[in-house]
Design a protein around this ligand. Structure first.
Ligand code: SF4
Length: 388
């Protein structure tokens, strides 16, 4: 947030949102800042953080006070460190093994108390997994995972450690792993890039990695209503291309004091009484969010493209919007990027379109890679592939 990045539409500030949770006051502050200091565009990123766009290069000073006032900048020294992901339902979903809101808060607090973590790179990220696997698709460096009955484990680079303990002990192991990473990292940005990787870090904590016995379970969630384990409801809506704006932020603030962002570029309102769901759904639809479970936007993402990035070679956002009109929600996840950097493409994304240079667009699908001359031909190819 305090070190702005230059983009095609001005400078942008990244706002870390641990656990993806935003209060109504935070949403309103972001709306005002976006209008008064930025260009009114706010991105919801693949890490469930926010980007304020169209800022002046020296806007950091003006951002700090209002964001600090609503709890979004509790520690300037740890601004880059607080990359803590969690399922927006945080243990409320059927199939979850434990509630994790308090674990997210505890991990965030311990990260800010760890002075050695000032040097943790901004790409390093933590996940608090409630047992549903939501957020694993990001490939977190360190995961605190619910095992049920108040017990938690820890995984490094997706590989579980031979360890189980209460939430405090698990958080201490997670923070310890990050501290060892900082001591060893050299030029590494991610835990997997350190010499010896997860094995060495576990050994330096006096622990060992456990053998992988079965695939980690993952539980997707999309637009619509989920009945929580306590009988109340959670309502999720997609923000196509992760695009938010001041009016939408204000609408969300009017609906809830606990709005949750996710890695799927969605917003979730939790703990709704069942008789409040219909009106809340109508309000989200009026705010132009996607609630349709058959929407082509489900699983479809794109990078900033020509409107937001000077490196962009084509308008992939417009191409993605065209694609959303013909694509089925059940199709494999798909990402469109306007240059070879492929920003926002998650590891293992099954379908990917990337513009390499003028008249060279790479399309990867069905474990094959091919090249076509335009985004239009890429879309045609994917349509033909789906029809087979
Ligand atoms: S993939 Fe390329 S064009 Fe797209 S946001 Fe990243 S650098 Fe910019």
């Amino acid at each position: 947030m305090l070190a702005l990045h230059e983009a095609a539409d001005g400078w942008l500030a990244r706002v870390r949102v641990p656990g993806g949770r935003l209060t109504a006051a935070a949403l309103l502050a972001l709306a005002v800042i976006s209008e008064e200091l930025g260009n009114g565009l706010v991105d919801l990123t693949a890490r469930a953080n926010l980007q304020l766009r169209g800022l002046a290069p020296d806007a950091a000073g003006a951002l700090a006070a209002p964001l600090e006032a609503v709890g979004l900048l509790p520690s300037a020294a740890h601004d880059r460190v607080r990359n803590v992901l969690a399922s927006p339902l945080a243990g409320r979903a059927p199939g979850a093994l434990d509630e994790v809101d308090d674990v997210v808060a505890l991990l965030d607090a311990r990260l800010m108390a760890a002075h050695r973590l000032h040097d943790l790179p901004g790409r390093f990220c933590f996940l608090v997994d409630d047992g549903t696997g939501a957020g694993r698709e990001i490939g977190p460096d360190v995961t605190v995972v619910a095992r049920g009955g108040g017990k938690f484990g820890v995984a490094l680079d997706g590989r579980p450690i031979e360890f189980q303990g209460d939430d405090r002990t698990a958080v201490a192991v997670a923070v310890g792993a990050a501290e060892v990473f900082v001591a060893l990292r050299g030029d590494a940005w991610r835990l997997s890039e350190t010499p010896g990787g997860a094995d060495r870090i576990a050994a330096m904590l006096g622990l060992r990695l456990a053998p992988l016995t079965r695939a980690a379970r993952t539980c997707g969630f999309g637009p619509g209503v989920v009945e929580q384990r306590d009988g109340r409801c959670a309502l999720t809506a997609l923000a196509p291309l992760g695009q938010l704006w001041p009016g939408l932020l204000r609408s969300l603030a009017a609906l809830s004091d606990d709005v949750r962002l996710s890695t799927r570029r969605s917003v979730t309102l939790v703990d709704l009484e069942p008789d409040a769901v219909a009106a809340t759904r109508d309000a989200l639809a009026t705010a132009q969010l996607v609630l349709d479970r058959s929407s082509g936007w489900i699983g479809l993402t794109a990078c900033a493209g020509t409107a937001g990035c000077a490196h962009a070679l084509a308008d992939v956002r417009a191409a993605a919007a065209d694609r959303a009109r013909v694509r089925a929600a059940t199709h494999p996840a798909e990402h469109w990027a306007a240059c070879e950097r492929r920003c926002g493409e998650l590891p293992g994304t099954p379908v990917a379109v990337a513009v390499r240079e003028a008249a060279d667009v790479e399309v990867r699908y069905d474990a094959r890679t091919t090249h076509v001359r335009s985004l239009r031909r890429a879309a045609s190819l994917l349509l033909a592939q789906a029809a087979r």
